[in-house]
Write a protein that binds this ligand. Structure first.
Ligand SMILES: NC(=O)c1ccc[n+]([C@@H]2O[C@H](COP(=O)([O-])OP(=O)(O)OC[C@H]3O[C@@H](n4cnc5c(N)ncnc54)[C@H](OP(=O)(O)O)[C@@H]3O)[C@@H](O)[C@H]2O)c1
Length: 237
């Protein structure tokens, strides 16, 4: 098992939803955190009262790779090490096969796929030096099965799962382990308009954060490649 003390974890989209729940759980467990968001000022209310020596905030704009490099460089300057990256920030837009909405496809591809690829490339050299680096990609059940004719979000989440497997292969010999987290409906702003499952019966962000804590604590000899988590009795929907 890996103890949290002294280990540094970066989380994108840590200002609300699943990312915020992960940030809170990891902080309470004793990790040092570098929190990324489009508006770093949004962390002021969240981190009030937290130990400043364990917190760094950075600007993370998914579509702007300069912010990725600057955020990682800032975290390294602040802590001198990096042990984990949670690629969490993501968006959902409704695009079906016969909708001609390439702009929405491009937006989701940029945020849900290209940005995690860029963050992984940027963080990987530092995670390799850790000897037990961890990357968790917040994918989705939509990255494991396709229902109906939706093609936008689900394609990006299949890509996030593929990225996770490629990352595990790339980093394996240096102790980097990568997990694709694949939840179904989670009670956040993203699902506020969902009618098929009542909001209070969706998986809580806090339960996902507990799972992330466990994944981060496991030794190099206990790699979890994919984790499917659901609020319903079906495995994949
Ligand atoms: N909720 C679910 O049911 C569910 C299920 C499976 C997987 N997921 C995945 O879980 C992750 C987190 O989702 P959530 O439910 O917590 O959603 P959320 O509450 O809507 O939060 C989304 C987060 O992503 C950030 N973000 C969005 N676009 C961005 C951009 N262009 N650049 C930088 N940051 C951006 C948001 O920042 P701002 O505050 O600046 O907008 C926010 O921090 C996503 O990858 C999502 O696909 C969610």
């Amino acid at each position: 098992m890996l103890a949290p003390d002294g280990r540094v974890i970066m989380i994108s989209g840590a200002n609300r939803g699943i990312g915020l729940a992960i940030a809170r759980a990891l902080y309470d467990a004793g990790y040092s955190l570098s929190l990324g968001a489009r508006d770093p000022a949004s962390f002021a209310d969240i981190t009030g009262g937290w130990e400043l020596e364990r917190i760094h905030v950075g600007r993370y704009v998914a579509e702007d790779q300069d912010t990725h490099r600057q955020w990682v460089a800032g975290a390294m300057e602040r802590f001198g090490r990096l042990d984990g990256l949670v690629n969490n920030a993501g968006i959902w837009e409704d695009v079906s096969l016969e909708d001609e909405n390439d702009e929405a496809l491009d937006r989701m591809w940029a945020v849900n796929v290209k940005a995690p690829v860029s963050m992984t490339r940027t963080a990987l050299p530092h995670l390799r030096r850790s000897g037990s680096g961890r990357i968790i990609n917040v994918a989705s059940l939509a990255g494991k099965a396709v229902y109906g004719s939706g093609i936008g979000y689900t394609m990006t989440k299949f890509a996030a799962v593929a990225l996770s497997h490629a990352t595990r292969h790339a980093g394996w010999d240096d102790g980097v382990r990568c997990t694709a987290l694949c939840p179904g409906y989670v009670a956040t702003d993203l699902t506020a308009g969902v009618e098929s499952v009542p909001f209070d019966q969706m998986t809580s962000p806090g339960d996902l954060a507990e799972v992330v804590l466990t994944v981060l604590s496991l030794s190099n000899t206990a790699s979890i490649a994919e984790l499917v988590i659901n609020c319903r009795d079906d495995v994949m929907m």
